[in-house]
Design a protein around this ligand. Structure first.
Ligand code: SF4
Ligand code: SF4
Length: 374
């Protein structure tokens, strides 16, 4: 059921009052959209034109030309849609870019990362998958706009289509692109999701965020365990632990395994090192709170999950994306990097004869790190 707030009723009256012109007051509507966005749980809303600046198109093309996208073949496809968002949804002339903070409160981030018997899961993946939640809220926002101005064309996107969300967010004034290639906001750091609502309404656009506050800082480049930030603003996906543990479905290159440490799903090091994340805000969403103690759990315990347990415990979680086989692959690497204990070696041995070649090979590598025979 849809709920009309008093504020919304006032806006509708204001927009359609007999004294108003036949055109909606788009400046007022933009303000209302910001307020509705906040009421729906977004921390910031910005509005921009449905186009990607030439400079961002060029950087993206250079990144592809250098092969830094690894096996992310889909990045090479649909470039016309990426560069002209209006083509993705007919009639789109504006993109409403929305920010939702995800950092859960009371999680032992640094302590777990430095405890090599524990599993480190990227902070964004500790709770429920964000895609559905954000898409639903953006769609609610679209409906709310519809209640105010009547039928209009809109569509919500969350990391699901060829949408260049970061350049759009920067154009919409939500922050600047850091040297680690993520968007940073001065008041909120970078631990947030972005989502977009495409619309055909001629809303006034926000000032792009054209300052860059990275200055001479290079903490993200210095801390990156695998040297994946090959130069400022350029991440080599083939070396990035996020890519290797989530997107990559094949073996993890042997020369990078020891550098992965205990990171079993994604990596936050470049964000954790960023001084602007002193200002990161904790999430307001219960759905983003850690589930199944994933913020503080031993690697060996996770490795002993059956496939059924994996499917049950990761239902509705981004971790499902990796699949059970890659989950065990990642855990095997982390267990290979863990201290040699009976618990760890015995856990590894349970998968030494796995029917999966991928798992067997990573388990063998891990056991070799402990100089133990399968
Ligand atoms: S996510 Fe990790 S591996 Fe990837 S660039 Fe950041 S620090 Fe490096
Ligand atoms: S760590 Fe420093 S260089 Fe990297 S994104 Fe943050 S401010 Fe910029």
């Amino acid at each position: 059921m849809f709920f009309i707030t008093t504020a919304l009723q006032e806006s509708i009256i204001a927009i359609f009052s007999p004294t108003a012109s036949s055109q909606p007051d788009f400046a007022q509507l933009a303000e209302d959209i910001r307020r509705w966005g906040r009421e729906l749980g977004f921390q910031a809303i910005g509005i921009t034109e449905a186009r990607i600046p030439e400079q961002d198109q060029q950087s993206f093309q250079n990144w592809l030309d250098q092969g830094l996208h690894g096996d992310l073949d889909y990045m090479e496809r649909n470039k016309d849609l990426r560069f002209s968002p209006g083509l993705l949804h007919e009639g789109t002339i504006r993109v409403i870019s929305a920010r939702m903070d995800y950092l859960p409160a009371e999680t032992e981030t640094v302590k777990v990362l430095s405890d090599s018997e524990k599993a480190y899961v990227s902070r964004y993946a500790l709770g429920r998958d964000y895609h559905k939640l954000i898409r639903k809220r953006l769609t609610q926002l679209g409906k709310q706009i519809e209640q105010a101005v009547g039928e209009h064309g809109y569509r919500a996107f969350v990391d699901s289509a060829p949408v260049m969300e970061r350049p759009l967010a920067q154009q919409a004034g939500l922050g600047w692109t850091g040297k680690h290639s993520l968007i940073i906001n001065r008041q909120a750091g970078s631990f947030f999701f972005l989502g977009e609502l495409f619309t055909n309404l001629p809303l006034p656009i926000d000032e792009p965020y054209d300052k860059n506050h990275c200055g001479r800082c290079s903490s993200c480049l210095d801390i990156c365990p695998t040297g994946a930030i090959v130069e400022p603003y350029k991440v080599d996906a083939r070396k990035c632990i996020s890519y290797l543990t989530i997107e990559n479905s094949g073996p993890i290159p042997e020369e990078l395994r020891s550098k992965i440490g205990n990171r079993v799903f994604g990596c936050d090091d470049c964000q954790l090192a960023c001084p602007w994340n002193r200002f990161a805000k904790h999430t307001q969403e219960n759905d983003f709170r850690p589930r199944h103690s994933l913020d503080n759990v031993e690697l060996a315990d996770l490795f002993l999950w059956t496939e059924e347990e994996f499917l049950n415990k990761t239902a509705g979680s981004a971790i499902r994306r990796a699949g059970f086989e890659c989950w065990l692959r990642n855990l095997a690497v982390a267990l290979g990097n863990a201290p040699t204990t009976d618990k760890i070696v015995n856990a590894l041995k349970t998968q030494a004869d796995s029917p999966s070649e991928l798992i067997r090979e990573h388990v063998l590598w891990a056991l070799q790190q402990h100089q133990a025979n399968p």
